[in-house]
Ligand binder design. Structure first.
Ligand code: X8Z
Ligand code: ZN
Length: 625
């Protein structure tokens, strides 16, 4: 299984009461000989045998599909695209058939683990495909082609075909360039990669919706929202509850950053509606803003150190970057990464072929063949990404002794939160231990450090929320293909208060320029993870016996914190996520109080800075109304 790509989604399973809609599945049960003769009523023993054999079969098939996808994403050719589509086609076909077959055990009283495994089997398919073999093949081909189209995406400045840039090269430019015209050109150049995807994306949405409906869901969005041990409606309410808790922090940050950008860029940053132009925030998608710290820093608070510059000056290579991350996990008591990790991972952009650079963590054999695929650069962003990806790999290794159906995160947001909760421990004290900085800055540097972290963590929240709000609208049919781009921007404007730097029309398909859309990776997990990671981090700090302001805690070297974390990781998906959360934090409720506590000193400071400043922005009329 791998985080993140298409086939990974097959293992996104969680405990849910069987949806009433699944009763409709009877209509689709393929005719088998057993149905023509009166079949003996299945027994509990039959169910256990079925589960054991389904686990073995799907486990074996997943290894093959993982290998195919690994080869494709690290060597994109028309042949590898075809191979991965075929492997996924076979896997979806078998999984779908097993889902139907499992229905015959519905009336039985099974042991709790067996019942959960059957539920996870039934609910855990994220790229649903129609039963019809031709349509299923079209689904997996479209999915593989879109993923590859993103990987192959390039921007060639001045239309010079000899000088083309991939996203791994564009990202550092977006981070460092401070010329609004050049930034707008980089932004528009990369966003053009989405354009040709629109038709394929619309077709894939149609096909996966058909597959979801055949399985008894309203649409693919409803299928995705069913993965959280609660009904899709309860999940939506949960998301809104968390957003309400954190939205005030975002609005304060937005107000402050907008003023600072206007101070620096003047009319290039000023808009009558109060929104921020999306190319000035140091990130291609304006999803994390830490890279423009220098632009928004208070005069009294330059960043005490520039981690990116330090890594660069030391010529830190991708392997060394990962060694730093591994060192943290080892200090908590986790094993070193297996030798095969170093041999088989792809940590840098190979010079001679197309690859999917977007970072992901893989578990090829559901045992210890874990890997990272990334095009790491010596930047502060990638320092965090290393910890993020290793969080996936250590989760995968921690639950490897679980039965196959339980080898997954408690929910997908947990999987995304682990590595980030570790990265929160990268404090000045820790960096000094690594020898990356010489002096620990005084406590007066807390506000600059918190502001820097908030630019990444808080700025991300509305972005994390809106990506799947858009997809849910697409899947439900509320947004049709001719409104894809305007609906995308309506959400970006509403939640982020961020506007496109150049005019957009329906000739553009800007969602395609964000990996997870062509890559078919659900995104609400990252919103959840932003909340969970502070809960996990606070719990680790408590386990380590830390007392003091949360933002200064680092659990480096604490075996107690490691044991607490490992207890949750080792459970995999064997229990509903609230139980896993309880093991880690003592509470079974997702709760933004930890993130609020962490940033409270900054929030007070921002309110002070924003005095007299008009907060918020106005929206244009809704294009759909
Ligand atoms: O996609 C990722 C990881 C791989 S699961 C690098 N992230 C999201 C993104 O880049 O958009 C991590 C943060 C959000
Ligand atoms: Zn991730």
């Amino acid at each position: 299984m791998f985080y993140s790509s298409i086939a990974m989604n097959f293992k996104l399973r969680t405990l849910m009461p069987v949806l009433p809609a699944l009763a409709g599945l009877l209509l689709f049960v393929p005719t088998t000989p057993a149905q023509s003769a009166p079949a003996a009523k299945p027994t509990v023993a039959d169910a256990l045998t079925f589960i054991a054999s389904a686990e073995k079969e799907l486990g074996d098939m997943s290894v093959y599909a993982n290998r195919a996808q690994w080869v494709e994403e690290t060597y994109i050719t028309d042949d590898t695209i075809a191979l991965v589509a075929e492997a996924n086609d076979r896997l979806i076909a078998r999984e779908t058939a097993l889902i139907y077959e499992a229905r015959k055990f519905d009336g039985l009283t099974l042991p709790p683990d067996a019942r959960r495994k059957l539920l996870l089997l039934k609910l855990g398919i994220a790229l649903a495909a129609p039963q019809d073999p031709a349509l299923r093949a079209e689904t997996t081909q479209k999915a593989a082609q879109l993923d590859a189209a993103y990987g192959r995406g390039r921007y060639c400045p001045d239309a010079n075909p000899d000088h083309c840039l991939g996203i791994d090269e564009l990202e550092p430019l977006m981070a460092q360039n401070r010329d609004p015209k050049e930034l707008a050109a980089l932004w528009a150049g990369w966003h053009a990669v989405g354009k040709p995807m629109r038709g394929d994306y619309a077709r894939l949405a149609e096909l996966s919706n058909q597959g979801a409906r055949e399985l008894g869901y309203a649409d693919t969005g409803a299928l995705w929202r069913s993965q959280y041990d609660m009904t899709p409606e309860e999940f939506q309410a949960e998301i809104e509850r968390l957003w309400r808790q954190v939205e005030p922090l975002y609005r304060e940050l937005h107000t402050y950053v907008r003023r600072k950008l206007i101070e620096k860029y003047g009319d290039d940053a000023r808009r009558p509606d109060g929104m921020i132009p999306g190319h000035l925030l140091g990130n291609m998608w304006a999803q994390e803003w830490g890279n423009i710290y220098d632009v928004v820093a208070p005069p009294s608070g330059p960043m005490p150190y520039d981690l990116g510059a330090i890594l660069k000056a030391r010529n830190t290579d991708p392997q060394q970057l990962v060694r730093y991350g591994e060192g943290f996990y080892k200090s908590l008591g986790f094993d070193p990464l297996p030798e095969s990790f170093w041999k088989r991972s792809m940590l840098a952009h190979p010079r001679d072929r197309d690859v999917v650079c977007h970072a992901s963590a893989w578990d090829i054999d559901n045992q210890r063949d874990v890997r990272i695929k990334a095009c790491f650069q010596p930047t502060a962003d990638d320092f965090v990404t290393v910890h993020h990806e290793l969080g996936h790999n250590y989760y995968q290794m921690a639950y490897r002794n679980q039965p196959y159906f339980f080898q997954n995160g408690a929910n997908d947001g947990f999987h995304e939160a682990i590595g980030d909760s570790i990265a929160l421990n990268v404090t000045p004290v820790y960096l000094k231990k690594l020898g990356l900085i010489n002096e620990v800055p005084p406590e007066s540097a807390d506000i600059p450090l918190l502001l820097h972290t908030a630019l990444d963590k808080i700025a991300f929240l509305p972005f994390g929320l809106l990506i799947d709000k858009w997809r849910w609208q697409v899947y439900s049919g509320q947004v049709t293909p001719e409104h894809y781009n305007s609906a995308w921007w309506a959400l970006r404007e509403k939640y982020q208060g961020v506007a496109p730097p150049v005019a957009r029309t329906e000739a553009d398909f800007d969602p395609g320029a964000k990996y997870h859309i062509p890559g078919n990776v659900p995104y609400m997990r990252y919103f959840l993870a932003r909340v969970y990671q502070f809960q996990f981090y606070r719990a680790m700090c408590q386990a380590a016996g830390y007392k003091g302001p949360l933002n200064r805690c680092s659990v480096y070297g604490s075996k107690e914190a490691g044991a607490r974390l490992n207890a949750m990781l080792a459970m995999g998906q064997s229990k509903p996520w609230p139980e896993a959360l309880k093991v880690m934090t003592g509470s079974d409720k997702a709760d933004a109080s930890a993130i609020v506590e962490y940033f409270q000193p900054l929030l007070d400071w921002l309110k002070e800075q924003n005095k007299g400043e008009k907060e918020g922005w106005t929206l244009p009329a809704d294009p759909l109304k």
